[in-house]
Ligand binder design. Structure first.
Ligand code: AP5
Ligand code: MG
Length: 214
């Protein structure tokens, strides 16, 4: 199963992508998580990406595409994957199509998690991310058992640098300009599915399950 999760920053792509990947035992591939891991490890890629991420801008396509296409070569991708945060521009989507077509392959579902901008701003200020395992919490909706500490691995929870309100606004503008056109791109291909991302997380997950099982 090859699935793309689309949606604005903070729409809940990551939350749903992790659940779907766990259920189907396929990898969850988040370009944002890959960049954050590179930043944490001080790699050259991480240092380049950080400059853009901290400003709420997209990392240039040429730094993203090969990274993802290389990731597909890993044997854990044989049964498919859930892509989260990639593609994010029309050129990335075209590059993905070309890479898959070479193997007679294609994405099966592009699932748009739809949330209005006003709800996004609220969500992002409450999000806390684990520096150890990447698990995501929310101060109001999914608080950790112990404040500031990850339930899963015990590491510290932080507010992402790019979740500060002024950067979130910038990310939303970038989303509307560069990523939202993908909705039409996948609609034209006939693989777009949309879910109302303002609902309860479990309700959304049920809807996504119905889509991929239909
Ligand atoms: P990335 O890490 O992909 O960030 P993003 O798209 O901005 O999305 P987020 O991770 O912020 O949100 P999400 O939709 O995953 O929401 P989540 O599930 O956490 O990218 C970061 C940066 O990296 C980009 O800005 C860019 O610079 C760069 N980058 C990455 N990929 C790139 C690419 N392909 N090309 C170029 N640059 C790239 O949920 C959000 C919060 O809401 C959480 O606290 C969660 O608990 C809560 N929540 C989730 N669902 C619900 C619900 N139903 N009800 C209530 N609360 C909910
Ligand atoms: Mg995410």
């Amino acid at each position: 199963m090859k699935v793309i999760m689309l949606g604005a920053p903070g729409a809940g792509k990551g939350t749903q992508a992790k659940k779907l990947a766990a259920k189907y035992d396929i990898p969850h591939i988040s370009t944002g998580d890959i960049f954050r891991a590179n930043i944490k490890n001080g790699t050259e890629l991480g240092m380049k990406a950080k400059v853009y991420m901290d400003q709420g801008l997209l990392v240039p396509d040429e730094l993203v595409v090969d990274l993802v296409v290389d990731r597909f070569k890993n044997p854990d991708c044989e049964k498919g994957y859930v892509l989260d945060g990639f593609p994010r521009t029309i050129p990335q989507a075209q590059a993905l199509d070309t890479a898959l077509e070479k193997n007679g392959d294609a994405v099966e579902y592009a699932i748009d998690v739809d949330v209005p901008d006003s709800s996004i701003i609220k969500r992002m200020s409450g999000r806390r991310a684990c520096v150890g395992c990447g698990a995501t919490y929310h101060l109001v909706t999914i608080p950790p058992k112990k404040e500031g500490i990850c339930d899963t691995c015990g590491a510290e929870l932080i507010l992402r640098e790019d979740d500060k309100p002024e950067t979130v606004e910038k990310r939303l503008n970038v989303y509307h300009e560069q990523t939202q056109p993908l909705i039409n791109y996948y609609n034209t291909k006939g693989i777009l599915k949309s879910v109302d991302g303002t609902q309860d997380m479990d309700v959304i997950f049920n809807e996504i399950n119905n889509i991929v099982e239909s």
